[in-house]
Design a protein. Structure first.
Length: 394
């Protein structure tokens, strides 16, 4: 079995299917853009909608063979597993409540999984997916895509190299304003399911964006989150889930942190950011200007590192596609995650050892489960007036 290599040579592409992401879906289209960027992956099947006609039309839009445009993901899992040319991985881009049953169906059929966040709507489900993935010895990547930005990987390597010293303080934030008004009650598609407890889970704001800030903090620092004290608020009358969250963080080893997530922060479109302070230096990365990383050694002027410029780490260079000054962003970062996930899947299926860099950079089912543990701990803490609550996975 020969697959395409990173440089474009070597053979065929990895065959994947997609569940969700049909007509008028936002994130499915982003995933498809990203997986095409390196020309290593080809979409060959899909259960793009539970509505049979929408599933058929969405398959036509994407050029899928009619017999591989399914309306039932369970049928897709069984039939694709039985085909000699069946899919080798599935991409799950459904509302949250479907992540667990869809992932379980494909894992049980022996198919590797790439799943959007959050991993599931309950910690019990997340733990089941971890156990099943390990039992089946399959690859399970979670698209916590901010790990794909080159300067995020730069920050991680700098911390691992000791350039910040012993870590003391972590500030993570993800703030937006798109739910300032009750657009969910007015039937806005993206808002309507995200604020529905039956489909989103126990939290809206944390499950949608807070989990990204949580993962970014853990990925960059390599710290283990011990416990949280949270205050979740629903500001818009009639909304069924939270639209704002303030969470205090205690990490193993003594570091402290704070995570702010809001979808009613007027004037903010997509304000993801991370600040980390150690005994020797501090760093700051902002998602809306992702090509820059601020680095300030104590008592010295701030230095601004640029993607593709001097001082880039090995991982930052590996994640860069264009020369410095040719802007890269969201889709390219997503594509880095897909490239690394594809390397892990190809290595498993061909019996080879994947590269250490891809292993370290790809969020796994365990990382996804840690995010669910964080959400559940924050919800429980908030219900108990901010009581400190364990956020550990085990």
């Amino acid at each position: 079995m020969v697959y395409a290599t990173q440089d474009g040579g070597g053979g065929r592409k990895l065959r994947v299917g997609m569940v969700g992401g049909g007509r008028n879906a936002f994130i499915g289209a982003v995933h498809r853009m990203a997986l095409r960027l390196d020309d290593l992956i080809v979409l060959t099947a899909g259960a793009l909608s539970a509505d049979p006609e929408n599933a058929r039309l969405s398959g036509v839009d994407l050029g899928l063979a009619p017999d591989r445009a399914y309306s039932d993901y369970r049928e897709m899992a069984v039939r694709e597993a039985a085909r000699p040319d069946g899919i080798e991985a599935v991409i799950i881009v459904t509302p949250n409540h479907l992540h667990y049953p869809v992932a379980r169906a494909f894992l049980e059929s022996g198919i590797d999984v790439i799943c959007d966040k959050p991993l599931s709507t309950t910690l019990e489900q997340a733990r089941e997916l971890v156990a099943l993935t390990q039992e089946k010895k399959l690859v399970f990547a979670v698209t916590l895509n901010n790990t794909g930005y080159p300067m995020v990987r730069q920050a991680r390597q700098m911390i691992q190299a000791g350039e910040l010293g012993h870590l003391r303080v972590v500030h993570a934030a993800y703030i937006q304003d798109w739910l300032t008004n009750p657009v969910d009650a007015d039937g806005q598609k993206q808002a309507e399911w995200r604020t529905d407890p039956a489909r989103a889970g126990s939290s809206a704001c944390l499950a949608d964006i807070g989990v990204h800030a949580h993962n970014l903090a853990l990925f960059v620092t390599s710290l283990e989150l011990d416990e949280v004290s949270a205050d979740l608020t629903t500001f818009v009358p009639g909304r069924r889930l939270d639209d704002n969250a303030h969470v205090l963080l205690r990490f193993a080893g003594g570091a402290r942190g704070v995570l702010a997530a809001s979808q009613v922060a007027v004037g903010n479109l997509n304000g993801l950011s991370l600040k980390v302070f150690g005994t020797r230096a501090g760093i700051e990365w902002v998602g809306e200007t992702p090509e820059f990383l601020r680095f300030t050694p104590y008592g010295e002027p701030t230095r601004v590192l640029q993607r593709g410029g001097p001082g880039n780490s090995d991982e930052a260079r590996r994640g860069s596609r264009m020369p410095a000054g040719h802007p890269e962003g969201y889709v390219e970062g997503f594509a880095n995650l897909y490239r690394d996930a594809a390397e892990l899947i190809v290595a498993r299926r061909s019996g080879h050892t994947p590269g250490a860099a891809a292993l370290a950079a790809t969020p796994s089912v365990v990382d996804g489960a840690r995010g669910v543990a964080f959400i559940e701990a924050a919800v429980e803490s908030s219900r108990n007036d901010g009581a400190w609550t364990s956020a550990r996975l085990i």
